[in-house]
Write a protein that binds this ligand. Structure first.
Ligand code: DGJ
Length: 708
């Protein structure tokens, strides 16, 4: 047994992994094969599980014996035998924490000392299942794992519809839905570090018909892994679907030494027969409690200086921005890229990464002075780091050429003029840890970090790994997690933003160490509506940093309204705002502070999709149904495009009376929405709805709804 179970060891024929509304059922056959019998809505009567017919779906299919499709696991033994046969040995099931039941199913090859544990954590109230696999062998020499999926899920329906999310820098998380046909549809990444830049490790799979927000059978899945991933959706000759999900084994066949446990990352998934809205709310509830650092806590509103100054700043400019931040009413100033390195000053993205001491010309008095100046104005101070990277023009590169991922006999390949440090190497892990630790020790007043990662891995070669090069992609991420664990041990409360040249790294492998993520460098209001819409399927708004910037030509109210639906921040020069604009920003921050708890902790209802409506709308409802915030976005370019239809709200109490108050109405200006200031029943708001009242192109209306 890999993790010796002390409790609940059982030899049952049915093993049921169960949440409040879903269940996943396995059966042990007499010949030892473990089958998956069922995944779907939980059956009311537990005896009914015995009536489930047998199926041919092996719970964790292996390569080399009788299985004819893509295997979950493949390896060859020391004697050259290329097959694996995993048979059920035992399982344990116990409530490890209140509301979380953990199941471990132990499998073993009858001929070889090769063992696999299938792990399941059922989060009862959140309706989330977390599944991963661990493997160990006791053969004489190392073996190579050619495939090593985290989970294999079998499904049966007449048709299958896959919604997935793809993009690039500035176009992250674009949603697309397709009908799956016979054969394999693969979603994967090979980018190594900013692994989700082109394709997200998250999906929604509808059964029979494409699920809507409130109707249809659907499974949402997301992999807790910040590296290369792979999802295979394979439809076989009987129109059954098998989902295989895990790390991408391409170029990453893993050499596993004897007696060493290898854990895969977890696939998190949720089943709903009430559409995609339920899936999102399940993930959000789960994430706030378990998936995002301090997900039930607070967040800073902030002013960031990236787009305000880029690399061009000094102490005077920064302290003047502190004054602006104070006047604006935010809580924190975030100093971005460009503050460090002396031999090769960081005055552009071409130099200095790795040399993490203050640039003496820009910051002669060091970070301590900035922290003090910010604090003197009642502001917190945060800072940007990109700890995993190195510029070829840096002292770090000169001192430690062996710490860098690059092929020994090929030209270096740059992206944003930089290279990736080799985090498989414990010395590099220690260096990365110390970047943060030294900075925090010297400047304990630093209250926030933005952790960036601006390139993918190419020319993949680790000087440290020597003969096990194909372990690089996996060991890199495990090395990164080691550093993050160590940092969180010492700094459990420090807010850290997960950023990756926009949203190149957003996943539940990293988010337990981060308080929020940067969805995209694209902050143009309309584009942001689409990008945030994509993330909203899996990630809660409290984790979604959303800054008001000058990107595009959108009006300020629209930009504020888009940012207020996440964690509000700013990245502009407040002095360039007119008096009226500054007043609107100040008002927005005040209003946001009133409603932010509902936005962060509330249940999300996506009311009208920007993909199919001129008017996109979403709302957050407090759990007690006493408060809600509604966001309506006129994303189209045309004036009066006929968007005067009502938006029907959701999730309210039909019997309660609610007062509607429009936010972002500047002093002296009239509210757009005719419902402003009026009272309606929840029933009315959900059936008759509310019109936004604006005919303007690219505009927004934000409403606060409060029960009387
Ligand atoms: C990429 C990030 O997405 C930006 O917000 C900014 O921090 C730059 N990097 C700085 O180089």
């Amino acid at each position: 047994m890999i993790c010796l179970p002390l409790f609940g060891m059982a030899q049952a024929s049915n093993i049921i992994v169960k949440t409040a509304h879903s269940s996943l059922v396995f059966k042990k056959e007499n010949n030892g094969t473990l089958k998956q019998l069922y995944f779907g809505e939980a059956l009311q009567n537990s005896n009914d599980y015995n009536a489930l017919p047998n199926r041919r779906d092996v719970a964790y299919p292996t390569f080399g014996t009788s299985y004819l499709f893509t295997p979950a696991i493949r390896t060859a033994h020391n004697d050259g035998n290329p097959s694996l046969d995993l048979q059920y040995i035992s399982h344990t099931q116990q409530e490890t924490t209140t509301g979380i039941e953990e199941t471990i199913i132990h499998l073993k090859d009858p001929q070889y000392p090769f063992e696999v544990d299938l792990h399941f954590k059922a989060y009862k109230n959140e309706d989330i299942i977390e599944q991963w696999m661990s493997v160990v062998h006791h053969e004489k020499k190392p073996i190579t794992l050619n495939n090593y999926a985290s989970a294999a899920l079998s499904l049966r329906a007449p048709q299958y519809y896959l919604q997935h999310f793809h993009g690039d820098w500035a176009t992250e998380m674009q949603a697309e839905e397709i009908r799956l046909t016979a054969g394999i549809k693969t979603l994967d990444s090979r980018l190594g570090t900013r692994a989700q830049m082109y394709q997200s490790p998250s999906f929604l799979l509808s059964l029979a018909t494409p699920a809507g927000e409130d109707n249809g059978e659907v499974i949402g899945g997301t992999l807790s892994w910040s590296g290369n991933f792979k999802f295979d959706f394979e439809i076989d000759e009987q129109n059954q679907l098998r989902i295989l999900a895990g790390m991408n084994e391409q170029g990453a066949e893993y050499t596993l030494a004897p007696n060493t446990v290898f854990n895969t990352p977890a696939l998190l998934y949720s089943y709903s027969n009430t559409g995609k809205g339920t899936i999102s709310r399940n993930f959000h509830r789960w994430a706030r409690k378990y998936g995002v650092m301090n997900g039930l806590g607070d967040r800073f509103t902030l002013l960031n200086n990236w787009e305000a100054t880029y690399f061009n700043f000094d102490e005077k400019k920064l302290t003047s921005l502190f004054d602006d931040a104070k006047e604006l009413g935010v809580q924190l100033f975030l100093l971005d890229d460009g503050w460090f390195a002396n031999k090769y000053p960081r005055n552009s993205d071409k130099t200095g990464l790795g040399d993490w001491e203050e640039n003496k010309e820009k910051l002669p008095n060091g970070l301590g002075y900035l922290v003090k100046e910010a604090n003197n104005r009642g502001l917190q101070f945060g800072i940007w780091l990109e700890p995993e990277m190195v510029s070829p023009k840096s002292e770090l590169y000169e001192k430690h050429p062996n710490w860098i991922i690059k092929l020994p006999n090929r030209p270096e390949h740059y992206y944003r003029s930089q290279l990736v440090l080799d985090l498989t190497n414990p010395a590099v892990q220690n260096f990365v840890y110390k970047i943060v630790d030294d900075m925090m020790t010297k400047n304990p007043g630093i209250a926030y970090i933005k952790w960036d990662c601006n390139r993918m891995i190419t020319n993949a070669y680790s000087p440290y790994l020597k003969n096990t090069q194909s372990n690089l992609y996996v060991d890199y991420v495990k090395g990164l997690y080691k550093v993050l664990v160590q940092l969180r041990d010492k700094y459990p409360k420090l807010p850290i933003m997960l950023c990756s040249g926009g949203g190149g790294r957003v996943d539940y492998g990293a988010l337990p160490y981060f308080t929020e993520f940067w969805p995209s460098d694209n902050t143009g209001a309309t584009e942001r509506v689409f990008i945030q819409w994509g993330y909203s399927y899996f990630f809660p708004s409290i984790a979604m940093s959303a800054h008001v910037t000058d990107w595009g030509t959108y009006n300020l109210k629209y930009r504020l309204a888009v940012s207020m639906s996440g964690r509000l921040g700013f990245d502009l020069v407040p002095k360039k705002l007119s008096a009226e604009e500054l007043a609107l920003c100040q008002q927005a921050i005040k209003e946001y502070n009133q409603v932010k708890h509902t936005i962060w902790q509330g249940d999300l209802y996506r009311l009208q999709s920007p993909y199919t409506n001129n008017l996109a709308a979403l709302m957050y409802n407090s759990e007690d149904k006493n408060k809600a915030v509604v966001f309506m976005y006129h994303t189209q370019q045309l004036f009066d495009p006929g968007t005067t239809y009502p938006v029907k709200l959701k999730g309210l109490d039909p019997s309660k009376q609610y007062r509607v108050t429009e936010l972002l109405v500047a002093p002296g200006k009239k509210a757009m929405c005719k419902a402003n200031g009026k009272t309606f029943s929840g029933d009315y708001l959900m059936k008759a709805g509310i019109e936004s009242g604006t005919k303007r192109a690219q505009d927004a209306v934000v409403l606060s709804i409060e029960a009387l």
